[in-house]
Design a protein around this ligand. Structure first.
Ligand code: 3PG
Length: 219
């Protein structure tokens, strides 16, 4: 049973615990959306974050959500308008680089489970006070990396993190050893170069490798 403090994050915690890595995706052409999702799922990564940084991002979320087993979220949520558009497109969850009251309110109003970003102890505490026990640690490497997260674990043991930003497969392994890390996020699995060349086989290979990091049973 969730404690009241955990209620706002209960669904996002379930999602974050499904796979050790959430691929952070920038879909430039809508034709990339379905084969990309299929390649990632074939590689055993099913929790996918599509960033709202391209013109077709919302359409991509809708298309990718129709691929069997995909759990597709919207990343780079910055405004209440982003939240409403993501929800309408069919996003199952949202991810934001930081957090504002307006953004948090919009997610609560629309019922979109949110993984809000934090980079300092004060930001982590502010979100915790509002009931967010799962947070994105961003930008992870630039904000102190693994050492910073390990330090948060002492005074702030209730908070679980998805570090994102500057993470490589090698670094991911070390983050996943920490007790307060649920999963990591990163763009290395499906970078723009591989999407542009349509190299779905390489994306599937990278996804399969990522799905085995941390020794977790993958989804
Ligand atoms: C992002 O939102 O851009 C993520 O932090 C991805 O960072 P990465 O490209 O360093 O993996």
């Amino acid at each position: 049973m969730d404690s009241p403090r955990n209620l706002k994050s209960s669904r996002i915690i379930e999602i974050c615990r499904l796979c050790p890595v959430i691929p952070v995706l920038e879909v430039e052409q809508i034709e990339q959306a379905t084969p990309l999702a299929q390649a990632l799922i074939a590689g055993r990564l099913r929790v996918l974050e599509v960033t709202l940084r391209t013109d077709c991002a919302l359409s991509a979320i809708s298309e990718m959500s129709r691929v069997p087993n995909a759990i597709v979220g919207a990343g780079t949520l910055r405004t209440p308008e982003d939240v409403r558009a993501a929800k309408q497109a069919g996003a199952s969850f949202g991810v934001s680089p930081g957090a504002t009251d307006r953004l948090l309110d919009a997610c609560e109003e629309t019922g979109l489970p949110l993984l809000p970003g934090a980079a300092s102890a004060s930001e982590v505490m502010t979100l915790l006070e509002k009931g967010y026990t799962a947070q994105k640690f961003f930008p992870a490497e630039a904000s102190g990396g693994r050492a910073a997260l390990r330090s948060f674990g002492g005074p702030l043991p209730l908070v679980k993190f998805c570090p994102t930003g500057g993470i490589t497969p090698e670094k991911a392994t070390h983050y996943l050893e920490l007790g307060n890390v649920m999963c990591v996020g990163g763009s290395w699995i499906a970078p723009t170069s591989l999407l542009r060349s349509g190299n779905w086989a390489e994306i599937e290979t990278r996804a399969r490798h990522a799905s085995q990091l941390g020794g977790q049973a993958s989804c």
